[in-house]
Write a protein that binds this ligand. Sequence first.
Ligand SMILES: [Zn+2]
Length: 201
Amino acid sequence: MTNTTIDIPGYEGRATRLEKNNTFRVIDMEGCQIADMFVISAEDNSEFFSPALTKQVIFRTVAKPGDYIYSNRRRPMLTFLNDTSPGPHDMSFAPCDPGFYIDLGGDASHPNCRDNFYKAIGELDITIEPPPDPFNLFQNTVPKANGDFEVGKTLSKAGDYVEFRAEMDVIIVITACSVDLPVEGIDALGGKSTPLRIQKV
Ligand SMILES: [Zn+2]
């Protein structure tokens, strides 16, 4: 990791390399912000974080401190170390994309995590198509017993963070989710996308 602090403006994303045993935090700078986190093996970009495989191994709908998160090859990529936010987090949703905003009544030019992933990873001269699925940090979509999702406003406060340790050399991409339109009547971000920070510790 070249820089110890990487600031991510609202509606944007950033990518960085981490070595095995590096520890880092993803910080919600102003509160009420969703952070999509993508994790890719630095050695082989076809190996990346798999929410489905991770859920199969940990046997719960979302990882919590103490859990590994796993690659599509069943190898631990990160250890989830610490969480100062009230949660919840989400490991069920794909990154938002132009069609998501069209469905919400917006237009295809709306900023979105999919395009921000391409842009961030492109700055490292890497192409991955389509994007892997992310770990949606601070995202308050809780599965109910009947299978529906309950959508809620994001509960994290300014300065809340989640902390991870890399278990292999990885590239992480963090996007400040752009979902500033209501979903099921809920304004998850309070109307606008706000900054995040990646902090090596
Ligand atoms: Zn998003």
